[in-house]
Design a binder for this molecule. Structure first.
Ligand code: S3P
Length: 426
């Protein structure tokens, strides 16, 4: 589907977004692992989270959907049943990598497949550390899907330093380690999102090597109730649009303000964005609050290396903000962008070139200069939801608007994006 966008002058109103995708994936997984009934409210309605739910249905879990609630009946420690056929993870890296840790500890064989994009994403990063734990897991000869996981002869606790700054790799190991009596220690040098640690109430400790995380069977999930806070990564698109339109003021309710995810607010504030945080509270150990955003004049700032994992999903929309800000937008140390739902460095540079900007592409980032041309722009989504939404926002900021091809992929994280943008711009 080609989606047309017209120029938007002003954004006003209040926005309620579905639950954070990362927290929703984990809530569905931990509820499925627990022995009994858990209740998840405001779960993400994204296609990615449905991929996780479908996998756990195949593993014998029960899901009752009622209004804004999902009642999950979990199977308990090693209680999953052998799935019939393959487990299909769709477009979702989080589903694939986290479920691999859980399946490594089961007594049956399973195979994980995915769509074309997921089938080209690196899996060695989980195969290697899970193998060190004694898991019997293999990817294909290129290190891609399908993943084949057989029962392990013997799993063992590890003391391991993460080799990639990835919450998915860290979580895969944690979810294998919660099946073991002995304590595992995982050390991460550069902080990545810590929802798994918070939801499982894991002990952590700061050391000269970074954060040490301690995991054993004591941390195996038990039934719980959760209201998932709204998704800051989905909120980011509306934050940037409100900042860059005139006389705008919007409020985004109950947004997850986990410290490993708020880099996008920090960067936009450093750029001169007026963003207020109101009504702060805690939900299952996760900080939440309302964001009030006003039109602002932005200028580009340096983006430090340490903040990259925190803003990795928001770089597409931050780069759009950078196009309309004073000075040049530049990001480096972000090679991970090349192994997301698309090669995001390539996708972003290709689309910005279509808008008439000058581009300097690096292996680990890019720099933009010049101003977008007035001619009508045709952007590509590259089948990548965050690229689609970033260039939807870009189109609405262009004098003559623009089109985003293959826009339906927005459903991967936010199926209601179009309704939300219409509501705020009317
Ligand atoms: C996620 C971790 C990040 C992020 C992804 C969701 C998670 O990926 O980009 O959208 O929920 O753990 P990496 O772990 O590959 O950095």
């Amino acid at each position: 589907m080609n989606q047309k966008f017209e120029n938007i002058k002003t954004l006003k109103g209040e926005l309620k977004l579905p639950g954070d995708k990362s927290i929703s994936h984990r809530s569905v997984m931990f509820a499925s692992m627990a022995n009994g009934v858990s209740v998840i409210r405001n779960c993400s309605n994204s296609e990615d989270v449905y991929s996780t739910i479908e996998c756990f249905k195949k593993l014998g879990c029960k899901f009752d959907f009622r209004n804004d609630e999902i009642k999950v009946t979990g199977r308990g420690w090693k209680g999953f049943t052998k799935p019939e056929g393959e487990l299909y993870a769709g477009n979702s890296g989080t589903t694939t990598r986290l479920i691999s840790g859980i399946l490594s500890a089961q007594d049956f064989e399973s195979v994980i497949t995915g769509d074309e994009s997921l089938s080209q994403r690196p899996m060695k990063r989980i195969v290697e550390p899970l193998t060190l734990m004694g898991a019997n897991i293999s990817a294909n000869e290129k290190g891609f899907l399908p993943l084949r996981i057989k029962p392990s002869v013997s799993l063992k606790a590890v003391d391991y330093k993460l080799q990639v700054a990835s919450a998915q790799v860290k979580s895969a190991m944690i979810l294998c380690a919660v099946h073991l009596e002995d304590e595992s220690v995982i050390t991460e040098h550069i902080p990545t999102r810590n929802h798994t640690e918070k939801l499982l109430k894991l002990k952590t400790e700061q050391s000269t090597d970074g954060t040490k995380i301690f995991i054993s069977k004591k941390n195996y999930p038990v039934p719980f109730n959760i209201t998932v806070p709204s998704d800051i990564s989905s909120a980011a698109f509306f934050m940037v649009l409100a900042l860059l339109t005139h006389d705008s003021e919007i409020v985004i309710k109950n947004v997850s303000l986990n410290e490993t995810r708020t880099g996008v607010i920090q960067v936009l504030k450093n750029m001169g964005g007026k963003i207020l945080i109101e009504n702060e509270s805690l939900e299952n150990g996760e900080p939440i609050g309302d964001l009030r955003i006003f039109s602002s004049k932005l200028k580009n700032v340096e983006i430090p290396r340490e903040i990259i994992p925190n803003i990795i999903d928001e770089i597409p929309i931050l780069s759009v903000a950078g196009v309309f800000a004073e000075g040049n937008f530049k990001v480096t140390n972000a090679k991970e962008l090349r192994v997301k739902e698309s090669d995001r460095i390539k996708s972003l540079c290709a689309n910005f070139a279509k808008a008439g900007l000058s581009i300097n592409e690096f292996e680990d980032g890019f720099e933009l200069s010049g101003k977008p041309s007035d001619s009508y722009a045709n952007f590509k989504s590259f089948g990548d939801h965050r690229i689609a939404m970033a260039f939807a926002v870009m189109s609405t900021l262009l004098k003559n608007g623009g089109t985003v091809e293959d826009f339906e992929c927005v459903g991967i994280s936010n199926p209601n994006f179009l309704d939300q943008i219409r509501k705020l711009s009317n």
